[in-house]
Design a binder for this molecule. Structure first.
Ligand code: PLP
Length: 406
């Protein structure tokens, strides 16, 4: 019998192109001995950003007591630390019972979409998005519906477009703030419009705030759940990966606020799925209390002369000096999402563009359509490499584009 062993049909609509074909090509080139400058993943560690010492110590010292499973929602001390943190941010109605720790925000996104979606359910997700949202809704059997964000308005949501896409089947709206890939940080006015729409159409809100501590130029960032009150269900997702530079520890959390009684069945579903996977990585949970209390070393990196600010500024200025590229400044997160003049370069396939750049210049970026953007006219790069590496990469990009045509 030579029957092919197929993947499940439910994966047919699941896309996660930021780690797909392009990564295979990268590995092939690396196997041939090429050095690839990877500007494609928001993973601070390989770029020389080390985790704060106290986080390493919290994990190491607690390792002997972290051998067993813990409560499937997570360690009580870590969940209490998350509650206290949110209280200081102005989320007043959060309780320790409604905090769930996960193996990164990623696990909690997929888990909550699994607990929520029926085949007829629609979830509104920004375009461009962090594609795990779209993939998780598709995997859960729901329907992702993309609402546009507007580059000319600093990538703010287009609320006319958003409202036009609300149907009786819509269950909730995903808000990624600060945004990956665009770097937008939403004002309280923008956040209020999300809350008003949720209230008007009886929707829940999913606030992906993993970059909440990475905002530039002294800006402040408001957590959506400070504005949702007791009548709008809000699921807030965040974690240690980015601000504390420990993506590999897999430490994230979810806070559920609002009308808990009304959402009791959904919450039971979340608990069921949390129980089924026993618990999140316990050693990493021991770092959460230490991380959230005390000095926040990320703030040094965001000062006007801080490393993250300097890299963002250099990348932004250099990109805008390249003929055929325009780029909005990022107010938060770790990325820029530049626009390509597709007419000038004849670009019809942005993945082809990224592969061509990779093969020719040994630089890896991600194509915009991998973020569910609607046109083949953007790409994303991370601003994590040091300024020397960024300068080298962008100089090569400029040279490449000076003769590129698809
Ligand atoms: N949400 C957004 C917007 C992200 O950019 C990422 C990772 O890049 C995640 C969630 C997942 O983070 P974690 O490492 O906590 O799984």
């Amino acid at each position: 019998m030579n029957t092919p062993i197929d993947q499940a049909r439910k994966l047919e609509n699941v896309r996660y192109d930021i780690r797909g074909r392009i990564l295979d090509k990268t590995e092939e080139l690396e196997d041939q001995g090429h050095t690839i400058l990877r500007l494609n993943v928001g993973n601070p560690a390989p770029f020389g950003f080390e985790a704060p010492d106290e986080i390493m110590m919290a994990m190491i010292r607690n390792l002997p007591t972290a051998q067993g499973y813990c409560d499937s929602r997570g360690l009580y001390s870590a969940r209490t630390a998350v509650v206290q943190y949110y209280q200081t941010r102005g989320i007043t109605d959060v309780t320790v019972d409604e905090i769930y720790l996960g193996n990164g925000v990623s696990e909690l996104i997929t888990l909550t979409m699994q607990a929520l979606c029926n085949p007829e359910d629609e979830i509104l997700i920004p375009a461009p998005d962090y594609p795990l949202w779209t993939a998780s809704v598709s995997l859960a059997g729901g329907t992702p519906v993309h609402y546009l964000t507007d580059e000319s308005q600093g990538w703010a949501p287009d609320f006319d477009d958003l409202e036009a896409r609300i149907t009786p089947r819509t269950r909730g709206i995903v808000v990624i703030n600060p945004n990956n890939p665009t770097g937008a940080v939403y004002s309280t006015e923008v956040l209020q419009r999300f809350v008003d729409l949720a209230r008007k159409h009886d929707l829940m809100l999913f606030a992906d705030e993993i970059y909440e501590k990475i905002v530039y130029d002294g800006r402040s960032m408001t957590n959506l759940a400070t504005m949702t009150g007791r009548d709008v269900l809000c699921l807030t997702y965040s974690g240690l990966s980015k601000a504390y530079r420990v993506c590999g520890f897999r430490a994230g959390w979810l806070a559920i606020t609002g009308p808990l009684e009304r959402a009791s069945s959904f919450i039971e579903g979340i608990k069921l799925l949390a129980n089924m996977r026993m618990c999140a990585n316990v050693p990493a949970q021991h770092a959460i209390q230490t991380a959230l209390g005390g000095r926040q070393s990320i703030e040094d990196l965001l000062l006007p002369q801080g490393r993250l600010t300097a890299q963002r500024d250099l990348a932004h200025t250099t990109l805008n000096s390249i003929d055929g590229i325009s780029c909005q400044q990022a107010d938060g997160a770790l990325y820029l999402f530049p626009k390509l003049d597709v007419d000038k370069f004849g670009i019809v396939d942005d993945e082809r563009f990224v592969l061509d750049l990779l093969e020719s210049e040994k630089i890896l970026v991600s194509h915009g359509r991998a973020f569910n953007w609607i046109e083949p006219d953007h790409f994303r790069l991370v601003t994590l490499p040091n300024t020397d590496d960024l300068s080298t990469a962008l100089e090569r990009l400029g040279n490449f584009l000076s003769s590129y045509s698809q």
